[in-house]
Ligand binder design. Structure first.
Ligand SMILES: [Mn+2]
Length: 373
């Protein structure tokens, strides 16, 4: 496995690349969507949070797709800093909202996604992460409930009450002038039908372009959120997703924290099941206490999940992709995001070193029987 760092759009600078190298990363995963635009409740020095029912921010320009030249330049800058660009994470709601909504611009937006995939292929970027979700990441609260009073996020109960306003999708505003009103609820089967149509149309292009699409599960993994169904909210639903299209390009952005928040199954079995099939494009690593609708995100070395065991399973199944820290609680210092990432990366590097060199550490790790007193 390889160790990487996820960088938000405003972090795509030499200082952040140098930080990633200093913290031991060989790879980066980048976000090109600016989640934080025009949103006072969503500070840039944390993961995108927003409030329980307030959108993260305003989506991008619907008429401006990422260009192959800018993707190549970005890749060049990252390589110049000594890193490998492993993936672009997430599509801009401005470019594909009507695919999620089955709206009037759907066929045009399918062409948008195909164009983006072709350009990623042209730029030598092998993975596109996405999250097929109407409500998106929402319904969470931010509070100083972490170890040492660290500010962290979680759920304090269901977030079903407030429907999604028109013009909002995936917790971002794509049309600020949409008529007043809310999105009508749809069924789970309708959402799966929309995903299936999407995959049927874009997976062949991904295959031709040498790009893997990588699906994030629904975070938080509730059956419904804001009166809309969610797609992957139990571990076995990932199997249904990859079985829809038996292609290497139909892959997973497996999020350990989100899977651990699910009420069914077992996180170790899920990681084993999907890594054995070779269908994990990359991993989000995060620990958590509790399950939906009552959980909170924790530091990597606490929480319900034995992270060493997760990494050992990935190692045993010859997972060769990139593992990145997902979110961490905010550490109390001048650089809360950096400190949280450096702490998680140090843990990951140590675990990787031991797992990959058992011959070096085996003797010391074996139980020692001390003679006498
Ligand atoms: Mn995640």
């Amino acid at each position: 496995m390889k160790i990487g760092l996820g960088l938000y759009r405003h972090m795509l600078t030499r200082d952040y690349y140098d930080f990633a190298r200093q913290a031991g990363c060989t790879h980066v995963v980048v976000h090109l969507v600016d989640y934080f635009k025009q949103s006072p409740s969503n500070p840039r020095n944390n993961q995108p949070t927003g409030s329980k029912y307030e959108a993260w921010g305003v989506a991008g320009d619907p008429d401006r797709l990422w260009m192959a030249t800018e993707l190549k330049t970005l890749r060049g800058e990252i390589e110049e800093a000594g890193l490998i660009l492993a993936a672009v994470e997430n599509l801009d709601p401005a470019h594909w909202h009507d695919i999620l909504l089955d709206g009037p611009h759907r066929s045009h937006q399918i062409e948008n996604v195909k164009t983006i995939i072709r350009r990623l292929g042209e730029a030598g970027i092998p993975i596109l992460g996405y999250n097929f979700s109407l409500a998106g990441v929402c319904g969470r609260v931010t509070a100083p409930l972490g170890r040492g009073h660290a500010i962290t996020v979680g759920m304090d109960g269901p977030a079903e009450d407030v429907p999604i306003p028109n013009g909002t999708i995936w917790n971002m505003i794509y049309d600020g002038n949409a008529p007043v009103g809310t999105l009508p609820s749809i069924s789970h089967e309708e959402l799966w039908r929309r995903l299936q149509r999407f995959l049927e149309e874009v997976i062949p292009v991904a295959e031709q372009s040498g790009v893997r699409l990588a699906a994030h599960p629904d975070d938080p993994p509730m059956p419904t959120m804001r009166q809309q169904p969610r797609l992957v909210y139990q571990p076995q639903m990932y199997q249904r997703l990859i079985d829809l299209a038996p292609s290497r390009s139909n892959a997973l952005e497996l999020c350990v924290g989100t899977l651990a928040e699910m009420t069914e199954g077992n996180i170790y079995d899920a990681v084993d099941q999907y890594s054995k099939q070779g269908r994990i494009a990359y991993i989000h690593l995060r620990n958590v206490v509790g399950k939906v609708p009552h959980y909170r995100e924790t530091f990597i070395d606490e929480g319900d999940v034995d992270m060493i065991r997760i990494l050992a399973i990935l190692h045993r199944n010859h997972f060769a992709g990139v593992v990145i820290p997902d979110h961490t609680p905010q550490m109390t210092c001048a650089a809360p995001w950096h400190a949280g990432m450096a702490h998680t990366l140090g843990f990951m590097l140590a675990a990787k070193a031991v797992l990959e060199s058992p011959e070096r550490y085996g003797a010391e790790l074996a139980p020692v029987t001390h003679g006498g007193k």
